[in-house]
Design a binder for this molecule. Structure first.
Ligand SMILES: [Fe+2]
Length: 175
């Protein structure tokens, strides 16, 4: 697991949880016996649960806090990344909606589409967007953004004590 700025740790935790779901879907569809018989209906509900409980708020957090900060830098690369962030979030939201409305025949293909979009998007954020924020934003700005992130989540009933400790640098002191 790469060293991540404290401010971004709650989002990275969401990413790891998301990738576990993505891997489960892709391996199940691929016929990996360790994941049991494919049951597309159950996997759709798992995606709906992930979307409602985690991803919707996560996307809002990223765009409102870190997308806004990226645009405010007036750095063209970061501004382009903020635009890509919002476009990919919209594409994933649309794919989740299409999955929800899929007929039994369409279900497996739409599950695979959502899983692949999530996989590529999360990897882009972890490998490209987050490192760009870490390189470009001053440490104090990143810290403020982390506090803002946890503040939003707490206000909306999505926060956790552990996330608060993480963004304040108290969970992994000196790391
Ligand atoms: Fe994300």
């Amino acid at each position: 697991m790469p060293r991540r700025a404290d401010a971004l740790i709650p989002l990275s935790w969401d990413h790891h949880a998301t990738l576990m779901v993505v891997r489960t879907i892709l391996r199940t569809l691929d016929g990996d016996a360790r994941f049991g018989q494919p049951c597309p209906d159950r996997m759709r509900e798992m995606v709906n649960h992930l979307w409602e409980e985690k991803l919707q708020g996560h996307f809002d957090d990223e765009e409102s806090v870190f997308g806004t900060a990226a645009r405010a830098t007036r750095d063209d690369t970061l501004i382009d990344m903020a635009a890509r962030l919002a476009q990919e979030h919209a594409a994933i939201a649309a794919a989740v909606l299409r999955l929800e409305r899929a007929s039994p025949d369409e279900l497996a293909a739409r599950l695979e589409t959502v899983a692949n979009l999530l996989d590529q998007h999360v990897r882009w954020e972890e490998r490209t967007f987050f490192p760009a924020l870490e390189r470009s934003l001053p440490e104090s700005t990143l810290q403020d953004l982390g506090i803002q992130l946890v503040g939003r989540r707490t206000k909306q009933g999505r926060g956790s004590t552990r996330e608060g400790l993480a963004v304040r640098g108290e969970l992994f002191p000196g790391s």
